[in-house]
Design a protein around this ligand. Sequence first.
Ligand SMILES: [Zn+2]
Ligand SMILES: [Zn+2]
Length: 104
Amino acid sequence: MWNFIMINENFKCEKCNFSVKKDDLWWVRNHCPNCLFSKHLDENFPWDRLSKCFWLMEAIWIDFKKNKWFMIKHKCLKCEKEILNKLAKDDNMDIYNNLNKKNF
Ligand SMILES: [Zn+2]
Ligand SMILES: [Zn+2]
């Protein structure tokens, strides 16, 4: 269940089993568009791949930054590290709406 399957950057979500396709336009694709879960691979910056944790990260917060884009905050379920990422255009907006209802 905890195997992270990497095939050219396509991967299978460990939370909901959704098959995530790599997206050339959205290089920051590091979370599942279906459940928005990510994996703790980055330590200091998105995509630095320096973490040794490899645990699941839950989307806890999403916000819209002026002139930028929707930002999503992931929190590791194991070490509680928080990392900001960009939301992709095909991410599940129901989860976005639910998160905002919960937090605001
Ligand atoms: Zn998922
Ligand atoms: Zn972690």
